[in-house]
Write a protein that binds this ligand. Structure first.
Ligand SMILES: [Zn+2]
Length: 281
């Protein structure tokens, strides 16, 4: 799933490409994606897109006095069309049409690959925060440092980092890489960390997300299907650790999988998971 750095850099590219321009047409192609009824999505037509921003994994597109909040979920993508197309496109979700001087057209096309339909669109009026109301501070907000230094949370670190109500913008990929960078076992808890470990966790979080943001800022156009994110350890189980060359291990839970280095992060211990415990029976 696109996480904070990917989404923030994408917001910057949408801003550069379309900001200050009038939305001349709104075509909703996937009705189940629209999570709001009022104001109607057609009310966006005639408004000017300006001040595109992001919050966590959400894109925020102000149009006139309304705001479109967009959650791409796992498989949502964005394409900049010039000229604008009129077809439904593959997995089409939403198309915002713009004009290009003197007589060209352009569009911001949101689409989704795969079978699941998970992209969410909210059209909000005034200061209605919509889905953003449930989110904690963004991962790169300095407030997060304070939170990580003081919280007595007892859940797994991997779970805590991905809890959007606590810290917004981190998913499985960055959770794996941040914990590896911090040399902390994903199964430990904030409550169990000493001051130096907490500091290391926050420094690693900032470093990891900032480095990725720099890479993402080199991207051009929308957001392609293949993100080809160059993860440090995420998804690289079975391959050598980038720091110590020990074979990276994985641990699977019902909903997700974590990758870690048994030498750098768990003092040589392999973490028990469902697959392993089944195997041991
Ligand atoms: Zn290692």
């Amino acid at each position: 799933m696109p996480e904070l750095p990917v989404i923030r850099a994408l917001a910057e590219r949408i801003e550069a490409q379309f900001s200050g321009q009038e939305v001349v047409g709104v075509v909703l192609l996937q009705f189940s994606s629209l999570k709001t009824v009022e104001p109607p999505i057609d009310a966006l037509a005639g408004g000017t897109l300006a001040g595109v921003a992001s919050y966590g994994k959400y894109l925020v597109l102000p149009v006139g006095d309304l705001r479109v909040v967009l959650h791409l979920s796992q498989a949502g993508r964005v394409t900049f069309e010039e000229p604008a197309k009129t077809s439904r496109g593959r997995g089409g979700v939403l198309r915002l049409n713009f004009v290009r001087d003197p007589e060209g057209t352009a569009a911001l096309f949101v689409h989704e690959f795969g079978r699941e339909r998970r992209v969410g669109i909210w059209v909000l009026a005034g200061d209605d925060p919509g889905p953003l109301a449930k989110l904690g501070p963004e991962a790169l907000d300095p407030v997060v440092g304070e939170l990580l230094m003081t919280s007595g949370d007892k859940r797994r670190l991997h779970t805590v980092l991905r809890d959007q109500r606590l810290v917004a913008g981190i998913g499985r990929g960055h959770a794996d890489d941040i914990l590896h960078r911090a040399r902390l076992a994903p199964t430990r808890s904030l409550a169990s960390l000493d001051e130096a470990e907490r500091r290391r966790l926050h420094d690693s979080l900032v470093e990891d997300l900032t480095l990725r943001l720099d890479v993402e800022r080199g991207r051009e156009g929308g957001l392609p299907a293949k993100l080809s994110e160059d993860w440090r350890v995420h998804g690289h189980w079975g391959e050598p650790c980038p720091d110590c060359a020990t074979e990276l291990a994985r641990v699977s839970y019902e909903e997700y999988e974590m990758t870690y280095c048994p030498r750098c992060q768990t003092e040589g211990k392999l973490l028990a998971d469902r697959r392993r415990s089944r195997f041991l029976k």
